[in-house]
Design a protein around this ligand. Sequence first.
Ligand SMILES: Cc1cc2nc3c(=O)[nH]c(=O)nc-3n(C[C@H](O)[C@H](O)[C@H](O)COP(=O)(O)OP(=O)(O)OC[C@H]3O[C@@H](n4cnc5c(N)ncnc54)[C@H](O)[C@@H]3O)c2cc1C
Length: 528
Amino acid sequence: MTDFSPLIADLHRFCGPGAVLTDDESRAFFSQDVYRIGLKPLAVVRPGSVLALTQVVAAAIAKGVAVFPRGGGISYTDAYLPTTESALVLDLRGLNRILTINAQDMYVTVEAGCTWAALDAALKPHGLRPPFWGPFSGSKATIGGSLSQGTATFGSARVGPSDVAVIGLKVVLADGSILTTGSGAQPHHAPFFRHYGPDLTGLFTSDSGALGIKAEVTLQLEKRPNCVQGLSYAFQDAQACYSAMAEAARSGLAGEVFAVDAELLRQSAGNADLRRDFATLLQVGRSGSGPFDGLLRMMRLALAGRNFAKGIPFTVHVVTEANDQSRLKGNVSELRRMIEPYGTEIANTVPTVVRANPFPPLAVMAPNGRRLLAIHAIVPFSVGTALHAVTEKIVGHYANVLHENKVAIGYSFATVGRTGLLYEPVFYWEDSRELFHTRESPADMLAAMATFPPNPSGRALVQRVRDEMVEVMFAHGAAHLQIGKAYPYLRERDPSALALLHTLKRHVDPRGLINPGALGLAMPGPQP
Ligand SMILES: Cc1cc2nc3c(=O)[nH]c(=O)nc-3n(C[C@H](O)[C@H](O)[C@H](O)COP(=O)(O)OP(=O)(O)OC[C@H]3O[C@@H](n4cnc5c(N)ncnc54)[C@H](O)[C@@H]3O)c2cc1C
């Protein structure tokens, strides 16, 4: 048995008091994600500086101990779950400083553990934001975590996934050295530009943390538009829904285009909670462009209530922005003209609430207390209908057994840039909570949720149906964000591309000890 106590003592020395956790509960908590449980690491380490991070990584790997980088920890693809017990989980939320806001040259540099919500709050007074400005989970999701796995939502219909906003990175490699990408990689050069020679920044994004630990990130900025409006539509079938979404995406007029089916809306609506509804109304009021606009929005929302979309098979929500009201009106009428042939306009409750408070406190279960797992595929618009039909066939095949095992499946869809339809089946099932779910959900939300006994057969069924859906996604030519250890990234990939990837991995991490298993890259063999 290896004695790791000298390493643990070194970690304490590098990171200071309270930053190294070896107790059972902490090791258990940090070995879980939204969906599953990995192996317990030796310790959880929270470096508070880039120097401490480099020291931790170099010391651990020199001793043959693997490192698993974790940001907000709210992914569901085993992405940071330890695959060996000889491991450290790196809790990167201690690196959360905003280092530079350069409003003249339009970039911001942050430490990788900063959340999207914290960045948004810091940029708001400057009237700025990155072109991609966060996922729905931005109150917990870190910028480093999002860039390591690829994230979509705010701004994605217009510009694509999170990676497009990045200019440059500082990445800690296995030997503790720091690799810089982008224009900041030369002495006295500002990190203002991404493309100067081959795009090394791109190599380290969406790598699921397999190629190094992101310590600092520079993002480009844009001016925040002054005016925003949401539009919502009802559709009777998936085909009409995708056609309308494609039209809105192609126009380039929408920041976000997303859709949900009736089941997902039902699962996410939760139990009526008057206090929360009132708080939401107030936020909507405050988000108006003036007192009367705010009041009007609140009245519309109150009239529409929680039942605005009851029984509608699919609803699509589109958000458009402009710098002044007349341009906004132009966008809105253009989008209406495009979408109206496919569906019927309904109250815009969903986009209004979403934009009033884009980063609300987040629970990692459905509001009704059910466990949840989202999976997704990104496909061309032309493939959406066929993929949905085959996926529904799988669901139909298992319909009775899903019902018996208390598993429900809803869908959400979104557009990612002009070319991608993000297709997302979401599983909801009755099951017991793990430590992760209790600690990661706000206490008031937990108190309002039902609890359920362990449901091992339901859990196994979710995994089985999930696996079948992922196969079908592969057969339909899907790409994936958030690969983690869950999607078949390496399968049948072009051999030259694979060889380059393996060579790169060996170069930055010769012993294969940075997030082993991520991207499907081989686990290391026995250590010398
Ligand atoms: C309720 C809910 C809503 C969500 N909404 C969205 C959404 O709108 N859009 C969306 O795309 N996703 C969404 N997600 C999924 C998830 O929250 C996001 O993908 C988010 O970006 C994860 O960020 P994180 O900081 O929690 O990353 P983590 O889960 O901590 O890590 C993700 C991956 O990044 C790696 N990593 C983390 N930090 C670093 C680093 N500094 N350097 C190197 N590697 C690192 C990890 O090893 C892991 O592979 C949602 C999840 C939940 C539970």
